[in-house]
Design a protein around this ligand. Structure first.
Ligand SMILES: [Zn+2]
Ligand SMILES: [Zn+2]
Length: 252
């Protein structure tokens, strides 16, 4: 069996302070086989993670959490950035055209960014998009109080059930995860298609500490700091750091 955390935010999201390297290190410590860095409307962190992941002994699937006119959707296995603010239908068509597959994150809540049941049913009824949507988060660590609704309604949907941390603080990575037969990204994709995933959430890990920690990291981030190691938040010019990573990758 393999374990994947398919919803993680890096410094490419305005509301996370975890660098891609801190994410990969934590994912290794959490004994995950697969991760996906899925930043808000930005695919660059996931491409960086995909390139760096082999150094950490894991696989990172390229992807993004894109804001559609109806709410957030996660595109996985794509390397092109979908247009932001388009309809859910057009966004899914884009993801499909670029060889990707989609997961519905934190569904059926009143929170901003949450897709409604009506939107999801519409996507599943359309011949153009029904085979592109493959999974639904039933165990999101960040929106845990709403998971019950997603779990009850997902029974009626032909979608693989996903556990994901929706991590904005690196140490929550892996506290919600998806179990799947096999170990590789290809195995995971097969499991999404066959609906054989098992969502897992460590309930005892959901504490106010997550929010307190997030606030602390957000204040640090405003001051120009990012969490690049486990021991401390270090001053990092994230833009410059990313450029140097890309240059290093190019030199190989
Ligand atoms: Zn979201
Ligand atoms: Zn998210």
């Amino acid at each position: 069996m393999g374990y994947a955390d398919l919803h993680i935010h890096s410094t490419y999201s305005p509301d996370s302070a975890s660098t891609v390297r801190a994410i990969l290190k934590q994912a290794t410590d959490a004994e995950l086989d697969i991760i996906a860095v899925t930043d808000h409307d930005n695919i660059r962190g996931s491409l960086e993670a995909r390139d760096l992941a082999p150094q950490f002994g894991i696989e990172s699937i390229p992807g993004v959490e894109v804001s559609t006119a109806e709410g957030h959707v996660i595109g996985l296995f794509i390397e092109a950035m979908p247009p932001v603010g388009a309809s859910l239908h057009d966004t899914l068509v884009f993801i499909g055209k670029h060889g990707g597959t989609a997961i519905i994150p934190h569904p059926f809540t009143n929170l901003p960014g949450s897709l409604s049941m009506e939107s999801v049913l519409k996507a599943l009824a359309s011949p153009a998009t029904k085979s592109i949507v493959r999974g639904i988060e039933t165990h999101n660590l960040g929106t845990m109080s709403f998971n019950g609704v997603a779990q009850k309604l997902s029974i009626y949907l032909p979608l693989a059930r996903i556990g994901a941390s929706d991590s904005h603080v690196y140490w929550t990575i892996g506290h919600a995860r998806t179990e799947f037969p096999g170990r590789t990204a290809l195995d995971l994709r097969e499991a999404l298609n066959r609906n054989t995933t098992v969502p897992i959430l460590d309930e005892d890990k959901f504490t106010p500490r997550i929010f307190l920690s997030w606030f602390r990291y957000m204040i640090l981030r405003r001051l120009g700091y990012a969490t690049d190691t486990h021991s401390a938040a270090q001053p990092v010019n994230t833009q410059r750091m990313t450029k140097s990573f890309l240059m290093k990758m190019k030199k190989r």
